[in-house]
Design a binder for this molecule. Structure first.
Ligand code: FAS
Ligand code: PHB
Length: 389
């Protein structure tokens, strides 16, 4: 088989890139390790930056998002029994949208159905080869047979545990990592959200987050020790702990219910440079991971996709490779700014096991400054709604 761009990974990065390139008449094939249902069963991100909203509309997959997504003008920072609101709209004239990554992925797969897009599921032993030549190709196992796809370019959209990043020679790669000493226990419940906007809670017992997917589907998180066994958290234990960490006004009215999904995610900051090697381009989680505190992971995947989509379109339609040559540098510039924001917000909102008295006072002072400074709130708001592409 031959195609123009072979895309490894059928998550949001791979699907959005394929959809945008298709609209420009550029052929792609998506190779996905899991089944479509498995991919659609993942519960992950919930907040879309305004740049990603625009990109999904440009890809022709924004209709349901515009109907069902919840526009948010701000978010709350809770500090035990008091708090304050960050008004994104007033400070940046921009908003965010709450619309689950699961729904974005569903919209992208349904768009693929409309043009009968080539997606190969349940692949194994995917191996990008010849990426440092003008004739790259990808081999993979499926149905007990080895298959080969010859292509012009390979897009590594296969997430943190994929194979693409390792295809860049180890002596070329520069990796930067911060692993946080805690995780997030997340619960999805068919209950009305406790608040019309997201609540980020800093509490001596640990961080908590109150979010939602729609007016009848809530998403809550609490910070847990990184090695906490999930089976140790009954629904009742989760709700009790969450109520202790959010303001009484919210704890008194929260509607609890059985968890539809419950999982613990580790938190890390990770960046791998460069994001290009020859004909291979890394996109999204394949190249970088941020702690979900700043709701940047999915949104960074979107900005990578946009830069690569523009570069490939200029290559094929204008025979101009300038944007492709700039891809890694341009994507990394935005990745590092979002990595900084996510690291900063994680540091001021969580309890660290080895936190010194001084660290604690610095955290309290950061929050006090954030509460009283329009400039500080504007910096948070600009990062949260999304820095320019
Ligand atoms: P993905 O990991 O989503 O997709 C990669 C795809 O490649 C997967 O479908 C995988 O099956 C496939 N794949 C892997 N190896 C392969 C191989 N060898 N061959 C073929 N296919 C292969 N971000 C936020 O902004 N907010 C959040 O709240 C949030 N919560 C998260 C919770 C969890 C548990 C995780 C893991 C991530 C979370 N994220 C969050 C980040 C997440 O949303 C990612 O940023 C987003 O999924 C990135 O999309 P992709 O780059 O497409 O990677
Ligand atoms: C979510 O709704 O899953 C969510 C919202 C905000 C975050 C992280 C996750 O910062």
């Amino acid at each position: 088989m031959r195609t123009q761009v072979c895309i490894i990974g059928g998550g949001p990065s791979g699907l959005l890139l394929s959809q945008l390139l298709h609209l420009k008449g550029i052929d792609t094939v998506v190779l996905e390790r899991k089944s479509r249902d498995y991919v659609l069963g993942r519960i992950r991100a919930g907040v879309l930056e305004f740049g990603m909203i625009e990109l999904l509309r440009e890809a022709g997959v924004g209709a349901r998002m515009d109907r069902q997504g919840l526009i948010h003008d701000g978010a709350f920072i809770a500090l035990q029994n008091r708090g304050f609101r960050i008004d994104f709209k007033k400070l940046t004239d921009k908003q965010v949208m709450v619309y689950g990554q699961t729904e974005v992925t569903r919209d992208l797969y349904e768009a693929r159905d409309e043009w009968d897009a080539p997606t190969v599921f349940d692949v194994r032993a995917v191996n990008p080869q010849g990426i440092d030549t003008d004739a790259p190709f990808v081999t993979y196992l499926q149905g007990g047979k080895v298959h080969r796809i010859d292509c012009d370019f390979v897009a590594g959209c296969d997430g943190f545990h994929g194979v693409s990043r390792a295809a860049i020679p180890a002596d070329v790669r520069r990796e930067y990592e911060r692993v946080y000493p805690f995780g997030w226990l997340g619960v999805l419940s068919a209950t009305p959200p406790v608040s019309h906007e997201i609540i980020y809670a800093n509490h001596p017992r640990g961080f908590a987050l109150c979010s939602m997917r729609n007016l009848n589907l809530s998403r809550y998180y609490i910070q847990t020790p990184v090695d906490d066994p999930l089976e140790g958290w009954s629904d009742a234990a989760f709700w009790d702990e969450l109520k202790r960490r959010i303001p009484e006004s919210a704890a008194d009215k929260i509607v609890t219910g059985p968890s539809i999904e419950k999982s613990i995610a580790p938190l890390r900051s990770f960046v791998s440079e460069p994001m290009r090697w020859g004909r291979l381009f890394l996109v999204g989680d394949a190249a970088h991971i941020v702690p979900p505190t700043g709701a940047k992971g999915l949104n960074l995947a979107a900005s990578d996709v946009r830069y690569l989509y523009h570069g490939l379109t200029r290559h094929y339609l204008d025979h101009d490779d300038h944007e492709l040559e700039q891809y890694s540098e341009k994507a990394l510039a935005r990745v590092w700014k979002a990595t900084r924001f996510s690291w900063w917000f994680t540091n001021i909102m969580h309890r660290f096991p080895d936190q010194s008295e001084f660290d604690q006072r610095m955290q309290e002072t950061e929050l006090a400054f954030l509460e009283t400074s329009r400039a500080a709130q504007t910096v948070l708001a600009e990062n949260y709604v999304g820095l320019p592409y």
